[in-house]
Design a binder for this molecule. Sequence first.
Ligand code: DC
Length: 230
Amino acid sequence: MSFVVTIDGPAGAGKSTTARAVAARLGFHYVDTGALYRALALKVQESGVSPDDPAAVRRCIESAQVDLSGSPDHTHVWLDGRDVSREIRTPAVSELSSRLAAMPDVRARLVETQRALALRGPLVAEGRDLGTVVFPAAEVKIFLDASVDERARRRARDLQERGIAASLDEVREEIVRRDRRDRDRAQSPLRPSDDAKVIDTTEMDLEPQVEAVLAVVTAHPACPRVEESR
Ligand code: DC
């Protein structure tokens, strides 16, 4: 396995923007693990399968092919050979992906996919359980957090920029609901691993966030130098 940086945290804590920027600056791959959960959720949604029927969900996702490609700035998410990068960002898919993420079958299916992605080279991966479950031996583990209100504001702005309509109240409700489900689930709940560096980004702009994470990563003695990576 290559040099792995994990960035975990709740929705809207700044994981994606920070992870992308850090990966771009270091020449590492960027792995958005939430996108994999979202792609499976899209498959379940399109198949008309009820998320309350675990056996039907398992059958639906068993043969699904999910993959990521592109650069940190232009990531593509693939489901069965189709580029679903945009479709997976709707509030309905957010909600469904969080429900599916509580199912052991779904998690087991995606742990392998995530570890396989780490064979491609040094990477910055973002998610919920990367430091605790998927990459317990990662060289660098970061946990980003921020207040619910700030996270809702960032999420609403992000959706607006993508042209997806959603009010701030709706986004806040969705975040609170997802937080609770992600934190309370029995399987791989959202929490910082004991050896993670926790950074609260509530009062931070993007650049200081990126600098803070970069400082931790580049201080690691095994961190590949830029010219050595990719
Ligand atoms: O990061 P995101 O909002 O795109 O993730 C969508 C959902 O996927 C999130 O509510 C929880 C789930 N998820 C997870 O359980 N574990 C991960 N490593 C990544 C995402």
